[in-house]
Design a protein around this ligand. Structure first.
Ligand SMILES: [Zn+2]
Length: 72
């Protein structure tokens, strides 16, 4: 589909890294399926992927932040 951000590129299926700042935390989810604009790199998520992402973000917020994780 045509990219609505730059209106030049077309999107291609690919993987992207999704990040969001929530509750003063940065949640990063890697290798997310998305349609990515070949021109500006804007990523578009399907409805299913958006639901999955919001679920993963909520799960991540339940866990202690990386600073609190102890090794071993
Ligand atoms: Zn674009």
């Amino acid at each position: 589909m045509e990219c609505v951000i730059c209106k030049i590129g077309n999107t291609q299926p690919g993987k992207t890294t999704y990040s969001i700042v929530k509750n003063n935390r940065i949640i990063v989810i890697k290798d997310v399926d998305a349609d990515i604009c070949e021109n500006c790199g804007e990523a578009y998520f399907s409805v299913e992927t958006s639901k999955w992402l919001s679920q993963k973000v909520e799960e991540a917020l339940q866990r202690p932040s990386s600073e609190e994780v102890k090794q071993g």
